[in-house]
Design a protein around this ligand. Structure first.
Ligand code: OGA
Ligand code: NI
Length: 316
């Protein structure tokens, strides 16, 4: 399940090698044009943050709390496309150990790392399997809530993704220290192509920024929480009631950062299209049916490119 290689134009391990070599000036190819560079906010305490959802509320004995929690998730999906979840059911111990294993991996000498470069899951082994099993269960819970929030039957989205055969894969992101963080980005603006992403960020180092009302909002990670974000396939299935949102990563000169991203995606040959119940005379289907395999090719060719990919599916 974890054997997915997603190619990105930013080759992480080689950048780490550069960083370890102690360079003071970053190579030209990493220098962004001025309008794409991050702005380091002088007063981070004044910033708004993405919604935080306590998932215990979904299982409360009190029906009004269950409804309120589902409503908060719906609001977060519509307004932000991003939220953090606490009391999500994934073992905190498994989370911590999994992150530690990956941190150690990135501390290995370059040659050792390269041995695993095409199959990091081998290194991660059973612990990784346990981590992803629990996170995929969390995805299932959220998909059920999204379905009912959209007025679809509870199983709708999971079935649209291929049921038991859905695609899920994990990518571990390592952002080394950077001597000139104001000139570059750790990850360029993009929306995630798949269904939903469950990100376990580095709780000591923030870096993820979410586009909201034309600003870049820096997410402040909460210990043991996950950051959930909607991908392009949910935008298509929901006929744009929900939208995938652009995000990017900034780096810093003091601390490296490790994040674990689990991508919950449709099985490659499932045809993804707006749910019929969400298509009406007033709201015609906004996107052309496409399999996820076809969709993914675009990303491979173009790399992170904001939201141009899902835009290209528009049925005029
Ligand atoms: C991603 C991503 C953010 C992060 O992997 O798609 O957006 O904080 N990662 O590492
Ligand atoms: Ni992303």
């Amino acid at each position: 399940m974890l054997n997915c290689l997603q190619s990105w134009p930013e080759p992480v391990i080689r950048v780490q090698h550069l960083s370890d070599s102690g360079i003071r000036v970053i190579p030209d190819r990493y220098v962004k044009k001025p309008s794409d560079r991050p702005i380091f906010d002088l007063d981070p305490s004044s910033e708004i943050d993405i919604p935080v959802i306590d998932m215990r509320g979904l299982y409360s004995d009190d029906e009004s709390i269950r409804r309120k929690t589902a409503g908060m998730i719906d609001g977060a999906c519509r307004e932000w496309g991003f939220f953090q979840v606490v009391n999500h059911g994934v073992s905190h111990e498994v989370m911590a150990r999994t992150r530690e294993v990956w941190r150690e991996f990135f501390e290995l000498p370059l040659e050792e790392k390269q041995k695993y470069a095409n199959s990091p899951s081998t290194y991660e082994g059973e612990l990784g399997a346990e981590y992803s099993k629990q996170v995929v269960e969390l995805c299932g819970k959220l998909m059920k809530i999204f379905s009912t929030n959209l007025g679809l039957k509870e199983e709708y989205l999971e079935e649209a993704f291929g049921g038991e055969e859905l695609g899920a894969c994990m990518r571990v992101n390592y952002y080394p220290k950077c001597p000139q963080p104001d000139l570059t980005l750790g990850l360029s603006p993009h929306s995630d192509p798949g269904g939903m992403t469950i990100l376990f960020p580095d709780e000591n180092v923030s870096g993820l920024q979410v586009r909201h009302a034309d600003n870049w909002v820096t997410v402040k990670p909460i210990p043991n929480a996950f950051i959930v974000n909607l991908g392009d396939q949910l935008q298509v299935l929901s006929n744009a009631n929900y939208k995938s949102v652009e995000h990017r990563v900034i780096v810093n000169s003091e601390k490296e950062r490790v994040s674990l991203a689990l991508f919950y995606n449709p099985k490659g040959d499932m045809v993804i299209k707006p749910a019929e119940q969400l298509v009406t005379a007033e709201q015609p289907p906004l996107y052309r049916p496409t399999t996820y395999d076809q969709y993914r090719l675009y990303m491979r060719m173009k790399g992170p490119s904001g939201k141009s990919q899902v835009e290209s599916l528009k049925s005029t």
